[in-house]
Write a protein that binds this ligand. Sequence first.
Ligand SMILES: [Zn+2]
Length: 216
Amino acid sequence: MLGALIMVHGDDRGLRIPPKMAPIEVVIVPIVRGDGTAVLDAARGLFTACKKAGLRVKLDDREGQSPGFKFNEWDMRGVPLRIELGARDLEGGVATLVRRDRAFKEEGQKRTVPLDAIVAAIPSVLDEIQASLFAQAKAYLESHTVSTGDRAEFLRLLEERAGMIDIAWCERPECEAAIKEATSATSRNLRRPARSATCVACGEPATAQAYFAQSY
Ligand SMILES: [Zn+2]
């Protein structure tokens, strides 16, 4: 469920897909101005090296689209990591890594890495992005969760669509069916131990803590 939550937990620039779920983990955008032969060659070399390393990588060498347009597009589509490579980078023997989990201009969003070290650096950066998106989703979940031990309050919170409602639950399908019938909410059970003896919804013995929320 957290995975699904991260999926939909984008920002104002679009999706942010966790690396482990991303069809494309890394997109390479060569920044071509004038004769771009050297930059394109280097970008293709980088692409091949990434592929060989087993990364799900895409080279965006489309002509007729500006680098800025491409950056926005891949941001929107949620690709976790972008490599920017321009003529000046190439002269300096570096490329720029840009993380999708960080806000625009946030510290750590961009990092300059030597070209010959970039492929080796990518897996740990992807791990960091995965962990950061997971932590952000968890914090989001916690800040949108209300816990209750009272049946009437539970039903009222569900009616008010007050986010995730955390209750001790019996895990019985018929209990879930009754809750769904009354409120159209369903459970998300993350296998946490029950925090009280009885199910808040039906009064039978509780076997787990579960989140209930409206299904969207
Ligand atoms: Zn129950």
